[in-house]
Design a protein around this ligand. Structure first.
Ligand SMILES: NC(=O)c1ccc[n+]([C@@H]2O[C@H](COP(=O)([O-])OP(=O)(O)OC[C@H]3O[C@@H](n4cnc5c(N)ncnc54)[C@H](OP(=O)(O)O)[C@@H]3O)[C@@H](O)[C@H]2O)c1
Length: 327
C-alpha cells in the first residue's frame, strides 16, 4: 500500500481506500459476512481510510464500519456524510437543528464520540453560498463532535467554491477514466490550498473492471438498474453518467491499451493515482477478492506517458461528448 497526506489533517491515508456504499444498500443483495470479509481484507492490505454515509442502508454501512474498527488494532479513519436524510433534499434543510441531529445519529451508529471527517453529501448548490452552514460545522468541531469536515460535490465548480471555507479539509468528487474534467483546474487549486481529494466512483460503478456485457443483469434494488436514467438521484453517480452501451464500447478500447500484466481494474485505479493532487481513490468492494484486486493497484509502477495519452484519446473520442459539459 502507498499513503498520501489528506489535506492538512496530518493523516497519511491509503491511496486505495474503501468506499462503503455497496455494503450498505442500493447495489442488490449483499451479505453482511461477505462485507465484513471485504472490509477486513482491505485493512489487512493496509487500507486505513473508509468512506461511508448515514444513508447507506440507512445506517447499515456505518454500523458495519464501526464494528470493524472496534475489532481491529490498526488506526482506521472513517469519513461519513450528512444531508441526504433530508426529504425533500433542500438547501434550507441544511440548518443547525438538522445537521446536529444527523451528526448525533452518525456518532451513535459509528460508536464514537467524535466523527473523524464529516462531509456534506452533495448538497444543493446554494449551500456553498451560505456561510452559516459551515459555521455550524465549525461549532461541531469546537464541541468535539467532529475532528474535521469536508464536502462531497457534483462538479469541479462546487469544489472550487467550497474551498473558500478555510477549514475545509477534503473534497470528494467523481474522477475516473470516464470523468476527466476535475483534473483541469480543480486539481491544481486543491493542491495549492492543501485540500485533500477523495475520488469516488473510480470504477464507474464496476464498468471499468471490464466484467460487464450487453446482457449483464442487475437486481431491481441495484442503482445500476433503477437509476440508469437518473430516476432516483443524479445520473452521474451511476456508471459515471455514461450511457451503458457507449461505456462498454469504450471499455473494449481501454482493454486494447491496458499494459501487459495489469487487469483493467488495476489500470483504472492506477490511472487515477497518476494525478498527484489526488489523495486517494475509494473503490467500493463487496467481496474480499475485490478488495484485494483494488488494493494491489496502489503498488503498481507508474503508467507511461504514451498510455496516459492513449486514455485521453479514448476519452476524447468516445466519452467526452456525453459527460464533459455536464459535470
Ligand atoms: N454522493 C456521494 O458522495 C457518493 C456517490 C457515489 C459513491 N460515493 C462513494 O464512493 C465509493 C465508490 O463509488 P461506487 O461504490 O459508487 O463505485 P465504484 O467504486 O466505481 O464501483 C464499485 C462496485 O464495482 C464492483 N467492483 C469493485 N471492485 C471490483 C473488482 N475488483 N472486480 C470486479 N468488480 C468490482 C462492485 O460491484 P459488483 O460486484 O456488484 O459489480 C462494487 O460495488 C462509494 O462506495 C461511496 O463510498 C459517494
Amino acid at each position: 500500500m502507498q499513503y498520501r497526506e489528506l489535506g492538512r489533517t496530518g493523516w497519511n491515508v491509503s491511496t486505495v481506500s474503501f468506499g462503503a456504499w455497496a455494503i450498505g444498500g442500493s447495489w442488490g443483495q449483499v451479505e453482511d459476512n461477505q462485507s465484513r470479509a471485504a472490509l477486513n481484507r482491505a485493512i489487512d492490505l493496509g487500507v486505513n481510510f473508509i468512506d461511508t454515509a448515514d444513508v447507506y442502508g440507512d445506517g447499515r454501512s456505518e454500523r458495519l464500519v464501526a464494528e470493524l474498527r472496534r475489532s481491529r488494532n490498526e488506526e482506521i479513519h472513517i469519513a461519513t456524510k450528512a444531508g441526504r436524510r433530508l426529504n425533500p433534499h433542500t438547501s434550507e434543510g441544511y440548518n443547525r437543528e438538522n445537521l446536529v441531529a444527523f451528526v448525533e445519529r452518525s456518532l451513535k451508529n459509528l460508536q464514537t464520540e467524535t466523527i473523524d471527517l464529516l462531509q456534506l453529501h452533495c448538497p444543493p448548490n446554494q449551500v456553498y453560498y451560505r456561510p452559516e452552514v459551515f459555521e455550524v460545522l465549525e461549532d461541531l468541531v469546537t464541541a468535539g463532535k467532529l475532528r474535521y469536515y469536508g464536502v462531497s460535490v457534483k462538479s469541479p465548480e462546487e469544489g472550487l467554491k467550497a474551498m473558500d471555507f478555510p477549514n475545509l479539509q477534503s473534497v470528494q468528487i467523481i474522477f475516473n477514466m470516464f470523468r476527466h474534467r476535475p483534473s483541469e483546474l480543480f486539481f491544481a487549486e486543491a493542491k495549492r490550498r492543501k485540500v485533500g481529494i477523495l475520488t469516488r466512483v473510480p470504477l464507474a460503478s464496476g464498468l471499468l473492471t471490464g466484467k460487464m456485457k450487453p446482457d449483464t443483469r442487475f437486481e431491481a434494488d441495484d442503482h445500476r438498474q433503477f437509476n440508469r436514467q437518473g430516476e432516483a438521484f443524479d445520473v452521474g453517480e451511476t456508471f459515471s453518467g455514461v450511457e451503458y452501451a457507449t461505456g462498454l464500447r469504450a471499455v473494449e478500447e481501454l482493454r486494447a491499451i491496458c499494459p501487459a500484466g495489469m487487469s483493467l481494474t488495476q489500470f483504472a485505479l492506477r490511472w487515477i493515482l497518476m494525478f498527484d493532487a489526488v489523495t486517494c481513490a475509494i473503490p467500493g468492494a463487496k467481496r474480499p477478492e475485490q478488495a484485494e484486486e483494488n488494493c494491489s493497484a496502489a503498488d503498481l509502477p507508474p503508467l507511461s506517458e504514451e498510455t496516459m495519452e492513449a486514455v485521453s484519446t479514448i476519452y476524447d473520442a468516445s466519452i467526452r461528448q456525453q459527460v464533459h459539459l455536464r459535470w
